[in-house]
Design a protein around this ligand. Sequence first.
Ligand SMILES: N[C@@H](CCC(=O)N[C@@H](CS)C(=O)NCC(=O)O)C(=O)O
Length: 211
Amino acid sequence: MSPIRLYTYPESTSIAPHILLHEIGVDFETVDVTSAENGLEELRKLNPKARIPVLVIDNQVITESTAIMTAIAQLAPEKHLLGQSNLETVRVYEWLNWLSGTLHGHAWGMVLRPERYIDDVSMYDAIRAKGMLAAKEIYEMIEEQLEGVNAVGHGLTIVDPFLYVVYRWAASRGIVSKETHPKICQLVSELVKRPSVKRVIQAGFMTVIET
Ligand SMILES: N[C@@H](CCC(=O)N[C@@H](CS)C(=O)NCC(=O)O)C(=O)O
């Protein structure tokens, strides 16, 4: 059987499935598409959307971080990474659609990729500002919704490492902090204690940031 392979690059959404692969303890390889020889060409062949993460498993190419994290969770059902009950699984996808579609795709998309919205370069700053406003509102709602150190129920689910990724984007720009968003920061402080997170840092795919 060919090895499980995660296509990634540092500081990207791939951090979440990368953490989860360590959580379930499977053997896998990572390909940093920015440094591997012909990495970007290989990525485009595998994923015509030209985005990472991409997971190759059992000769299947899986794209979209939420689908990839689901595939990883299904490899270790005993870990309950999709929640402990049907309702928790519903909550997992409620969070993920919001974080992936609205926060990442829409709000951060406007901040980081204004060219996707308009051709007029003079309007980029206005698009970025509007995206940042949308992002800030969403981080406030996340803070209101969190009830503990896990997004869903009382155990780790695939939502928590995804929240960690979007936390990093916000914290590094000073829009989330212990003072303004104590619940998000508490969730992150607990998560970063896990060996799985430390291994992704050691592998050079993210830097340590203060929580
Ligand atoms: N909906 C996709 C979005 C993936 C995505 O946008 N990934 C970024 C890295 S975080 C990327 O590959 N960006 C390259 C680009 O926008 O050209 C998912 O959740 O997997």
